[in-house]
Structure formats: structure tokens, C-alpha cells
Design a protein around this ligand. Structure first.
Ligand SMILES: NC(=O)c1ccc[n+]([C@@H]2O[C@H](COP(=O)([O-])OP(=O)(O)OC[C@H]3O[C@@H](n4cnc5c(N)ncnc54)[C@H](O)[C@@H]3O)[C@@H](O)[C@H]2O)c1
Ligand SMILES: [Zn+2]
Ligand SMILES: [Zn+2]
Length: 364
């Protein structure tokens, strides 16, 4: 058994409390990981704000990298000492989704711990759930081996953590979900941790225009460092009209990386004929997006969602690592601040204010 400190959400809405937790020894196909770094994603903030209610209590955090400490029976893919990135897209490898190349849509219960299953984490007050099947705001994690990908040991683990959500979600939405071709015109609404990765994904794909839309000048400045060719400050203009003016009628690909119905509708409205809008942001359950229906048949516009960048993360993440080590993927500028686990609530307050791209918890 391993004891570690973890940030737990016990009430929703609520803030995180740092508590000591005990991890069970890794069982069959499970792995004990010492967490090195863990990023603060807006999806966790949605949970803390009660926009979605997770099973409670729960260790949040789902964007992490670390080092394997021990493996349970049957694990042959990993061994102690391996460097790994976690991803919440745990896959079974056998269901219809997995065998048709869409493992990010797998929801197979046998590779997950549900609220009715014996938990892998205990406190004096009882069992605790793991957010995204990871629970990465903790000094250690016991997870299914199919929640992990092995990476090159020369990849810095702090930057590697970001690959597990922000980067796979953003770059994956461009490359895997929308399949943006070279030369295409792209607009990205929301230039936070995920949106900046959409921007650099579009630049990697060879988009001819990458238009970043945000309300904050600081985010638009950052966006140019990630490959934006144009920036639109939506706090002082109509984002849709401005994007249409900049492109002579609209973009071929638009992305929403905030989680609001109004910006999802904007992403569709700023498309040219034949364009595709991809919604990444977590719009709260129960809300509806409204579209002018004639745009579907008359202009052949499309609206689609993207979950975790439609990843096959054991394929995608090692390639993103190579791109970083070749200087072609910017992870360094995503980390606005390095913090300790005790500062996690302050980190989320900064995310809510919009003053950071990502805060990264670095464990000692
Ligand atoms: N689909 C997925 O698989 C997936 C994965 C990870 C995160 N997400 C979601 O993606 C969204 C973005 O996450 P993040 O971590 O990048 O958040 P973030 O807070 O870092 O970024 C949001 C950005 O949007 C900007 N913004 C807010 N309102 C705006 C408006 N009306 N117009 C233009 N810009 C506006 C903010 O200034 C900020 O820069 C969240 O909803 C998150 O839950 C989805
Ligand atoms: Zn996330
Ligand atoms: Zn599956």
C-alpha cells in the first residue's frame, strides 16, 4: 500500500481539499505511477463549479505524466522506471469503437472503476473516485494500464503532462477530428490551454490562415506565438463579421474551445459554404445549440463535436513528443505558472480569471 497526498472534491460546487490517501496495490492490469506533473484543465473547474456533477468524493486532475513504480499481474507493456503520460480515454481494445479505430469513444466498464466498484483509493472517511479514471492531483496514481502511454525517457515530464489533455485535445481536434488539409482557412474561438493547441495544430497542418478569437489581449498575444496569423479581440467587435471580413466570406474550419452555446453558434456562423465547425468546449448538459437549418442543405455546413481530440493516444502522444523534441510543438509557453499541490485552488482561480494558459502542479 502507498500513502500520498491528493486534492479531493467532496462537495459540488466546492473547492479542493488536500488529504492523505492510501492506494491499493496495483491489481491485474493496473499500474502504480509516481506523478511528476499535473496540469489544471478547465474541465476540472466545470466540475468544481457544479456545471457537471461527478461521483463524490473524487480526486480531480486528468493531465499528467510520471514514472512507473510498480505493475500488477498481467502487465507486459510497462515496467518500473518507464516514463508515462496518462489519458482519460481508457480503452479496452475489444469493443466496436476500439476495433474500428475510435478508442476514444470506448466506455467499456471492465477497464474502468465505477461508483459501485471497490475504489482504488481510500481515506479515513472511505473510498474516493479518480477523476477521468486517473485522479492526477495526487502524488501517486493507480490506474489501468490502458490509461497510460510510454514515452521517450529524454522527454521532460513536466511538458509531457500537457500532452495528456490540452495538447491531444487541441491538436487532435484539428488532425484527427476535422482533418484540416494544408492551405485551409481556420478560426479558433477561445485561446486558452486547449485553444492554443488547436491553433498550433492548425499551423502544423499547414493552414493558410489561423484566426484566433478571444476576449483577452494577453491570450491573443500568446496565440501569435502558437501560429495564429490573425487575432480578433471579441471584446470590442463582432467576432463573426470580423472573421468573415478577414476571409472574404468565412473560414473553411472553425473550432469552439470555450464551452458556451453562443460561441458554438458563432463557430457555425463564421463558416463559408461547405465549412465544418468543431465544438470542443464542454457546454453544460441540458443546454441546446441553435442553428439556421437552411445552412445545412443550402450551404452544406457541418457542426460536429470532438472528444479528447478523437485520439488513439498510444499512437498520437509519442509522435507529439517527437514534434516537441524537434522544436515543432510549443509546450513551454503553455505553462504560465508552476505551482505546488497546496496551491491548486489558487491555480483554478487564476484559470477562471483567464490570467493563465495552464498552471502546472509539479510534485516534489
Ligand atoms: N472536448 C474535450 O475532449 C475537451 C477536453 C479538454 C477540455 N475541454 C473543454 O474545452 C474548453 C476550454 O478549456 P481550456 O482548459 O482551454 O479553458 P481556458 O479557460 O484555458 O480557455 C478558455 C478561453 O476562452 C476565452 N473566452 C471566454 N469567453 C469567451 C468568449 N465569449 N469569446 C471568446 N473567447 C472567450 C477565455 O479568455 C480563455 O482564453 C472547456 O470547456 C473545457 O472543459 C474539452
Ligand atoms: Zn482536460
Ligand atoms: Zn473499447
Amino acid at each position: 500500500m502507498v500513502t500520498a497526498r491528493a486534492a479531493i472534491l467532496r462537495e459540488c460546487p466546492g473547492s479542493l481539499k488536500i488529504e492523505d490517501v492510501d492506494f491499493v496495490d496495483p491489481g491485474p492490469n493496473e499500474v502504480l505511477v509516481r506523478t511528476v506533473a499535473s496540469g489544471l484543465c478547465h474541465s476540472d473547474l466545470h466540475w468544481m463549479q457544479g456545471k457537471y456533477v461527478p461521483p463524490l468524493p473524487i480526486i480531480l486532475g486528468h493531465e499528467a505524466a510520471g514514472v512507473v513504480e510498480a505493475v500488477g499481474s498481467g502487465v507486459t507493456y510497462l515496467k518500473p522506471g518507464d516514463h508515462v503520460v496518462g489519458c482519460l480515454s481508457v480503452f479496452c481494445g475489444e469493443c466496436d469503437y476500439c476495433v474500428t479505430g475510435r478508442p476514444h469513444l470506448c466506455r467499456e466498464p471492465s477497464v474502468r472503476v465505477g461508483p459501485a466498484d471497490p475504489p482504488r483509493v481510500q481515506t479515513v472517511a472511505g473510498g474516493v473516485q479518480q477523476g477521468g479514471q486517473l485522479g492526477a492531483f495526487a502524488e501517486a496514481m493507480v490506474v489501468h494500464e490502458h490509461a497510460l502511454v510510454k514515452i521517450r525517457p529524454d522527454m521532460p515530464l513536466e511538458q509531457a503532462a500537457l500532452l495528456g489533455c490540452a495538447t491531444i485535445t487541441g491538436v487532435g481536434a484539428v488532425i484527427n477530428t476535422a482533418k484540416v488539409p494544408a492551405g485551409a482557412t481556420v478560426a479558433v474561438i477561445g485561446a486558452g490551454g486547449v485553444g492554443l493547441n488547436v491553433i498550433q495544430g492548425a499551423a502544423l497542418a499547414g493552414a493558410s490562415r489561423v484566426i484566433a478569437v478571444d476576449l483577452l489581449e494577453s491570450k491573443l498575444e500568446l496565440a501569435t506565438r502558437f501560429g495564429a496569423t490573425d487575432v480578433v479581440d471579441a471584446s470590442n467587435c463582432d467576432a463573426v463579421e470580423t472573421v468573415k471580413d478577414l476571409t472574404g466570406g468565412g473560414v473553411e474550419y472553425a473550432f469552439e474551445a470555450i464551452g458556451l452555446t453562443v460561441t458554438a453558434e458563432q463557430s457555425f456562423a463564421m463558416l463559408t459554404r461547405g465549412g465544418t465547425a468543431t465544438v470542443i468546449g464542454l457546454i453544460p448538459a441540458g443546454q441546446n445549440v441553435s442553428l439556421p437549418a437552411s445552412d445545412l442543405w443550402m450551404a452544406e455546413k457541418r457542426l460536429q463535436g470532438s472528444s479528447m481530440g478523437s485520439n488513439s493516444f498510444r499512437y498520437d502522444i509519442p509522435r507529439l513528443v517527437d514534434l516537441y523534441l524537434q522544436g515543432r510543438l510549443n509546450l513551454d509557453d503553455l505553462v504560465s505558472k508552476r505551482i505546488g499541490l497546496d496551491e491548486v485552488n489558487d491555480g483554478f482561480a487564476a484559470l477562471e480569471r483567464g490570467s493563465v494558459a495552464r498552471s502546472l502542479i509539479v510534485f516534489e
